[in-house]
Design a protein around this ligand. Sequence first.
Ligand code: TLP
Length: 346
Amino acid sequence: MVEKNLDFRSDTVTLPTPEMREAAANAEVGDDVYGEDPTVNKLEKLAAEIMGKEAGLFVTSGTQGNAVSVLAHTQRGDEVILEAKSHIYVNEVGGLAVLGGLMARTIPGELGWMKPSDIETAIRAPNIHYPRTSLICLENTHNAAGGIPLTVEQMKADWDVAKKHGLAVHCDGARIFNAAIALRVDVKELAKYADSIQFCLSKGLAAPVGSLVVGSREFIDKARKYRKLLGGGMRQAGIIAAPGIIALTKMVDRLAEDHENAKLLESGLREIKGIKILNPVMTNMVFIDVSGLGWTGREWAAACRELGWKSSGYSSPVVRLCTHYGIEREDIESFLSGIKKLVPKV
Ligand code: TLP
């Protein structure tokens, strides 16, 4: 029985499955800073295998995974190319500058994808006046673009430019499995076109904590040291790694249900005059603009609350709705019939 979780704010709100709770309670543990936690070791190996990389590193969060990856790929004073609305640039507390002493060079993407020609133009030529460009960061799925999956071809095109110029590629793959499921490709095909990938266990995969970084052995050794620097050496972390193993082995395929539910939500909301759908709905996110109802996000969130749902809602009329484990088809259906009664007639 799935525990209900009527909350559209994010897929980060997912609750662990009963099997995860049990796995956490019974996990075999050791001191992971000594490399002696068997459950963490198993999770790291599994993650690397799934992504087709040499090694993996269990980190506390997506933000920490991106931070250690960026640090391991760069030197202070380098420039990093990223999409203008990427999570690393917008939502990670300026870590590039604060932790890495790095410059950010942003490129507006087309549905989250930076065109190779734009990347090429942004790469710095060797010149005494310029910082060195050393890294390109991709995001798949791209959150702010609407949970849009970058295709294998799109990733390859960006990768080819990077490699032509000798640059590293990091992928913020917080929701890379949503991308793989939506595109119906093996996640390895996407992972092939990144030197390193960070992906989250704690979003649609429903584990309570943690992310993984995968890449070459040499890269992971470096990233592990940065994780220690950032306070991420976690000792008996098998307790939180055990649910992660369940996430990777049992929770990936069901992401398709979240995508279907997002589609259902989209089509129901489209029937409401005054609500505009802002993104092509390809994974588990629906972005809406409620200004046509005369509402801001706050009024939207208040209406959702009346129906027993949580939803984001600020002064902006744009709201992101996420579907995830804990929300089922019938929940979306009853939400839609409820909200249709609550919106003002326009
Ligand atoms: N995203 C969160 C918020 O921070 C916005 C969300 O609710 O979507 N990369 C991407 C693409 C993300 O969407 C997120 C989290 C992260 C990295 C960071 O992961 P955590 O929250 O584990 O640090």
